[in-house]
Design a protein around this ligand. Sequence first.
Ligand code: ADP
Length: 163
Amino acid sequence: MTRIAIYPGTFDPITLGHVDVIQRGLKLFDRVVIGVAENPNKGPTFPLEARLAMARDTFADEPRVQAVAFSGLLVDLARDQGAHAILRGLRAASDFEYEFQMATMNRRLDENVETVFVMAREDYTFVSSRFIREIASMGGDVSGLVPEAALPHVNSLLKGISG
Ligand code: ADP
């Protein structure tokens, strides 16, 4: 049986923290499917296509990682992809409340899908998509915080032409 995990998120943009979580996931699962949430409620800065492209380009050389867009229930995406696990990352205690609620809700929706948490490397505990957006939009250097493949997209934020 192929062990598949879904790693859902907004990835607005994908960061090296996300990449680290995925690499840890690859030690536990045969395949990791990055689920890029449409998430119109969060009003993402980057269009869905750009968020998807950044994730795909980052793992272009890793056949065990795919990226797909989704808008419905996470447990439905898991079922569609043949995944039995949801992969999430924890940074600090502040992540816990929301993650706990989401994992509990998803378990209610589908008892067969298990949420698995990993912690990224300590160097990345402060890395968040939000700070990257803020730094990039003010002209700061975000190389070393986002994967190389995502840099052109993030830097285009400076010019106000994200995507
Ligand atoms: P969401 O909108 O679902 O929170 P994100 O793209 O912000 O989506 O994050 C996706 C997942 O990755 C979440 O579980 C989040 O806690 C985790 N994550 C994000 N950044 C880091 C990081 N630097 N270290 C560990 N986990 C992280």
